[in-house]
Write a protein that binds this ligand. Structure first.
Ligand code: PG9
Length: 644
């Protein structure tokens, strides 16, 4: 049924039925083309037309349609090569190309409102229509509804069934499609979706600003075709951001005020309604699950490591008839459509992404888009177990094994002499240290923040030839950091038995600072044996399994920044990204703690200021940080564990 027409907007357009014969302009061109490409402007209910590229396999009859909506240029996403072969023009972002070709799908890619070939105005992650954040009657939900309505009546080669799929921002859009979904929408596949830009996706993590994305805020918003370019003034981004001082100052120098979204970002440094009202997990938790949805998560996702799991946690409890599925793999952001046999220095003994596409994605799509009852039934949760490099088919998440092995909270507690004690004892959070409690301390100097990766750090990008290996930085070796005096490192003894964790580790710090604000970075690390015969360069490797940052001013409430009383010993508690990892015998477990992660995150001046975007040079002061040995990480431990 069509949605009720929106007041003040023309009723949803009624499209004429298609002629029985395929119109000439739809006929395949001569030559060896194996596809027909059509570019159409689809009218939305408010009259704005959206540029839509439709690629129809030459032999397609009664074929389902796989739709991606994007702010990154539909033309570009459908012409990665000049070729007469559909497989070639699609090879690249944001296409699961082998799945599309082998499945015989019609490929549809559309510029979202306000970007590239589409009309209308652009709003970053356009919030829900008819709300304070978007008073217009249109949003990505209505635009998707109108697009699907048009497709079902204007693609004669289709079976009038549509699946929506996409990565990142293109993964946020399949979530928006679930708000009042069109009846012809049969599946949604949000891959590494943007879900909550403040809690743990692209803009902030627990209040610390991800300033490395400043270029995106300018380029993506200021012009329709991304013609305003951010320039870089240093080969090493570390120097550029240091030279500028605060993120707000660098943004001002580069003209970011032209970006409406930047002005909103600066006005909302805390977790207020501006962010909460856009959080897709919270929005979708308010409605029933009606469309089969396969959430795809990457365990080393450098961009949206929060989103997929957050949505899964929000909507799975509402899933009365098994429509919500989750797949997680040892990938970086978007890695599920690439080569999943390796990531940085890591080797997985098989192409995990190909396994996902062939054994999980394809049967999922075929089951619901082709009504192919013979399509294999995928497990509710397909989770790759890192360390052992095994896929696990599970009934729920978090879950330790298919028979539902118990997950018990274990305690990984700091100890003297940089030791770390793992015990099965349930964690006990203390809110204040005992008399003469032990601690370690370091000086956090904003003049020399801890690099988030080995310098030089080239401009944030994807060009490996230029050393831009941003996509895989979460798997970088942490040895350099562990050798710094402003990084505390604690390590267990050599493990004598596997230690498996499935779920979100939780950091429980007891800490003080001589300043009045502080950032706390906690990293859970798998330390490889001193010698690794199968891969010598992994000897002693320090691999982050889960890591995150927490901006101390939000310790009492994400919505309200408060100064920290200098010298006061206070508890800090925050969840870290999901892990599904086995620390193997012969390995050790390490925890690193530091107070900056630069230039990925802006520096905390360590003196309380109303808005860190406007911190002045004089605000940045060294601080002595004390971490008490009552601090620990609560581990979601599967089964017993033994540590030598
Ligand atoms: N989620 C990715 C991103 C968004 C904003 C800034 C930087 C990256 C993406 O959509 O590519």
């Amino acid at each position: 049924a069509l949605p009720a027409s929106t007041p003040g907007v023309a009723a949803v357009p009624q499209y004429p039925a298609l002629p029985s014969e395929t119109p000439d302009e739809f006929k395949a061109p001569e030559g060896d083309f194996d596809y027909v490409k059509r570019t159409v402007m689809i009218p939305m209910r408010d009259g704005v037309k959206l540029n839509t590229v439709i690629i129809v396999p030459r032999k397609a009859r009664n074929a389902p349609m796989l739709l991606t909506r994007t702010p990154y240029s539909a033309a570009e996403l459908t012409s990665h090569a000049e070729s007469s072969q559909m497989a070639s023009i699609l090879e690249g972002y944001d296409n699961a190309t082998d799945t599309i070709i082998e499945g015989g799908y019609i490929r549809v890619v559309q510029d979202v409102r306000g970007k590239y070939g589409s009309e209308g105005d652009y709003v970053m992650n356009r919030p829900l229509a008819n709300t304070a954040l978007n008073p217009t009657p249109v949003d990505h939900s209505t635009d998707t509804w109108d697009t699907i309505e048009w497709l079902t009546k204007n693609v004669p080669e289709s079976n009038a069934k549509v699946g929506i799929i996409g990565i990142s921002y293109d993964g946020f859009l399949p979530l928006m499609a679930l708000v009042n979904p069109h009846p012809a929408l049969k599946v949604s596949v949000p891959m590494n979706p943007m879900v909550d830009g403040w809690r743990g996706d692209d803009w902030f993590h627990n209040g610390a600003f991800r300033q490395i994305n400043l270029s995106y805020v300018l380029e993506q918003v200021v012009t329709r075709r991304n013609e305003a370019h951010w320039y870089t003034s240093h080969y090493d981004d570390y120097d550029m951001f240091m030279r500028a001082g605060s993120a707000g100052e660098l943004a001002r120098q580069r003209g970011a005020e032209q970006s409406g979204f930047w002005r909103k970002m600066v006005a909302h440094p805390a977790y207020d309604d501006f962010w909460r009202a856009q959080a897709m997990d919270q929005l979708l938790a308010k409605q029933p699950v009606t469309v089969p949805t396969l959430l795809v998560h990457s365990l080393w996702d450098a961009e949206d490591i929060y989103g997929a799991i957050a949505v899964y946690k929000a909507i799975k409890p509402l899933d009365k008839d098994g429509k919500v599925f989750l797949a997680m793999g040892p990938w970086n952001h978007g890695g599920a459509i690439g080569d999943g046999s390796r990531l940085g220095a890591l080797r997985f003994n098989s192409d995990t992404a190909l396994h996902f596409r062939q054994e999980i994605l394809r049967p999922f799509l075929d089951r619901y888009l082709k009504d192919d009852e013979s399509a294999a039934r995928i497990a509710p949760v397909s989770a790759f177990e890192t360390g052992t490099n095994k896929w696990r088919a599970l009934n729920a998440w978090p879950s330790g094994c298919v028979s539902g092995c118990a997950i018990a909270p274990a305690t990984l507690r700091l100890a003297a002499n940089a030791k770390l004690n793992l015990s099965n004892a349930a964690p006990v959070q203390v809110s204040a240290p005992a008399q003469k409690a032990a601690f370690d301390e370091y000086v956090s100097d904003p003049g020399k923040p801890v690099p988030f990766r080995a310098r030089p750090i080239p401009t944030h990008g994807y060009d490996e030839a230029k050393g831009q290996t941003w996509p895989r930085w979460l798997t970088d070796d942490q040895r350099e950091a562990s050798g710094r005096t402003d990084v505390l490192s604690y390590t267990t003894g050599v493990l004598t038995a596997p230690v498996k964790i499935s779920g979100e580790p939780i950091a429980h710090l007891l800490a003080s600072t001589s300043g009045t604000d502080a950032d706390w970075v906690v990293k859970l690390i798998d330390v490889y044996p001193d010698q690794v015969a199968a891969q010598p360069e992994m000897g002693g490797y320090q691999l982050m399994v889960s890591a995150d940052i927490f901006r101390g001013r939000y310790r009492e409430s994400f919505a309200t920044a408060k100064p920290i009383a200098a010298g006061a010993v206070l508890p800090y508690r925050f969840a870290m990204p999901t892990a599904n990892h086995v620390f193997l015998p012969g390995h050790r477990i390490m925890v690193q703690i530091q107070s900056s992660w630069f230039p990925l995150y802006d520096r905390n001046p360590q003196t309380f200021v109303p808005n860190i975007f406007f911190a002045q040079p004089a605000d940045y002061k060294k601080a002595t940080q004390r971490i008490y040995h009552d601090s620990f990480i609560e581990l979601p431990l599967v089964g017993a564990s033994a540590v030598k």
